[in-house]
Ligand binder design. Structure first.
Ligand code: FBP
Length: 549
């Protein structure tokens, strides 16, 4: 395989580990935990894994006596930079505990466990993937592990391979499933532990104990580089308005982080749209006003960042989507029989009058996108909705109207972008390379200490890696009850942007200035070698949340 010069140099990078994981490790238990909400219901659903204590690792001089352990690993859901380092950290951790330990990778996501598709990950394979982006070492998939028969099929192969523990690297939904599986195996006394790892570029799997999900750092830096490049182009030619949609599912963390890094003219934050009960027309009017104000100063150019989940946060649209989600979950088969040309009318005839009216008023393309297949977790696939085009079209119409009324003089030429896949497999930044390696290493220590139903946790992330705190958090601690597929289910609470949090407040304090002036910042590409202030900085979000921004 031909490798780039960076790939070759990067293969030799040795990720930094927290002090506590550098030698022999001792697990120290903290206080018992409880779920963030709905304690009684969650406790009833997870009798074997509820209320376990937090675990923190400490360095010790005492020898560890864990025998060789066989471990299985699964990559679940969307790619996120650093996944290969979680696996290499896990591998190195298993081998440190006992050189005869083995790591098996289940192929193409959770489906590999159910279908018994796996490979043994040897040191030759692992060495090929150290510090690289992507999930291609074993592939990923979105099969949802939720049925007893899947758990049993999985157990068959785990037993056959003598696997003591399974590590599931995934987002909130996959870690919820990891917890359900841990509970199931514990209830059945199967002797298989299940450990989760917090993955997702979206940044929405975080809480008091999980400071950030891996991949967010690299993905945001990759998008911010390209947004910076667009802004420099924009400020050079001075003739385009760039509408840039950013991945992130429901949460706006990616858009907000990119805004903090690049200072665009406009950044929409879905969580604010919802809190202020803004309509689609309000959003369009706000953008058009900024375009008009800048045009009045002779600036017919600018940038608008749009989080991909925006549509779901416009309250009227949210009500419509919630009804559509429930309706399509309950009537999937009937809907599949409806002729494509008739689907729009069919949906209109089935919705409540308020939602039917909104659905009918949407441009054809957007209406169609809203009724497309859900992902296996029952979510609308927001990345398929072309909000950047919807908004620019509506802004263009409004400006044309204002022009007629003599309220606007200027030129409006939009360009559209969607950044998502461009960043999900980037070579992990030093931060993600170190963080992921430590997460994998900590997962091996959790397994050696007999833990199940825990998520690997590395904290104190704005300090140098040496001082990071390694441990584990019971997954039930992060859970609450939410409506999914029309039913109340225990799930890990999604972390949306907090409007009273430092990242949003810092943005809100400066955005008027960014709208009027051209205050662009050009972050440039991720640097892997060089001075620490260029190479090792965590995201602005993390720095501001920990008050170091
Ligand atoms: P995860 O929650 O699985 O990490 O998803 C990340 C993500 O990139 C989202 O930002 C995006 O909405 C979605 O995956 C796209 O899904 P797909 O990879 O199936 O196109």
């Amino acid at each position: 395989m031909t490798k780039s010069a960076l790939q070759i140099a990067r293969a030799a990078y040795q990720p930094k580990l927290p002090k506590a994981l550098k030698g022999n490790v001792k697990a120290v238990s903290g206080e018992a935990t409880q779920s963030v909400a709905d304690q009684e219901e969650i406790k009833k659903l997870f009798p074997n894994t509820y209320g376990m204590p937090l675990v923190r690792f400490e360095a010790t001089a005492e020898p560890e006596t864990c025998p060789a352990m066989n471990v299985g690993v699964i990559l679940s859901g969307g790619q996120a930079p650093g996944g290969h380092n979680v696996i290499s950290g896990l591998f190195d951790g298993i081998k440190r505990i006992h050189p005869d330990g083995k790591l098996y990778g289940f192929l193409m996501g959770p489906g590999g466990l159910v279908d018994h598709k796996y490979i043994e990950l040897t040191s030759d394979i692992i060495d090929e993937y150290r510090n690289t982006g992507g999930f291609d070492i074993i592939g990923s998939g979105r099969t949802k592990l939720e049925k007893e028969e899947q758990f049993e099929k999985g157990y068959e192969i785990l037993k056959e391979l003598g696997i003591k523990a399974l590590v599931i690297i995934g987002g909130d939904d996959s870690n919820t499933n990891a917890c359900v599986l841990a509970e199931y195996y514990a209830a059945k006394n199967y002797g298989v532990q299940v450990i989760g790892c917090p993955k997702t570029i979206d940044g929405d799997l975080k809480n008091e104990m999980i400071e950030t999900s891996f991949g967010f750092d690299t993905a945001c830096k990759t998008y911010a580089e390209v947004i910076g490049n667009i802004q420099r182009d924009c400020n050079s030619a001075r003739k385009y308005w760039h509408f840039i949609k950013l991945m992130g599912r429901s949460a706006s963390h990616i858009a907000l982080e990119c805004a903090l890094q690049t200072q665009p003219n406009i950044c929409i934050v879905s969580e604010e749209v919802e809190a202020k009960d803004l309509s689609l027309d309000d959003i369009v009017t706000n953008i058009a006003q900024t375009v008009a104000d800048r045009a009045a100063q002779g600036n017919n150019f600018g940038t608008v960042l749009i989080p991909e989940g925006l549509i779901e946060f416009i309250p009227a649209m949210k009500r419509l989507i919630a009804e559509l989600n429930d309706f399509l979950a309950a009537n999937a088969d009937e809907f599949a029989q409806v002729d494509k040309a008739e689907q729009r009318n069919y949906i209109i005839s089935k919705l409540t009058p308020e939602n039917a009216a909104i659905y009918a008023s949407l441009p054809e393309g957007v209406a169609r996108q809203l009724s497309l297949d859900r992902d296996p977790h029952g979510n609308v696939q927001v990345s398929l909705i072309e909000t950047e085009k919807l908004l620019s079209e509506m802004v263009g119409n409004k400006l044309a109207q204002w022009k007629k009324e003599g309220k606007y003089v200027g030129k409006f030429a939009p360009q559209h972008h969607f950044f998502g896949y461009e960043g999900r497999c980037a070579a992990p930044s030093n931060f993600d390379a170190d963080y992921c390696y430590a997460l994998g290493y900590a997962a091996s220590a959790l397994i050696a200490n007999g833990k199940t139903g825990y998520m690997s946790s590395i904290r104190n992330l704005t300090a140098p890696a040496e001082e990071w705190i390694a441990g584990g958090v019971p997954i039930t601690m992060m859970m609450n009850m939410e409506r999914r597929h029309g039913e109340m289910k225990p799930v890990i609470q999604k972390a949306l942007v907090k409007l009273d949090g430092a990242p949003f407040k810092t943005f809100a304090a400066q955005r008027e200035q960014w709208a009027k002036e051209t205050a662009y910042v050009y972050p440039g590409p991720i640097q892997y070698f060089g001075p620490t202030e260029v190479c090792d900085q965590p995201t602005k979000t993390l720095q501001l949340e920990q008050q170091k921004g």
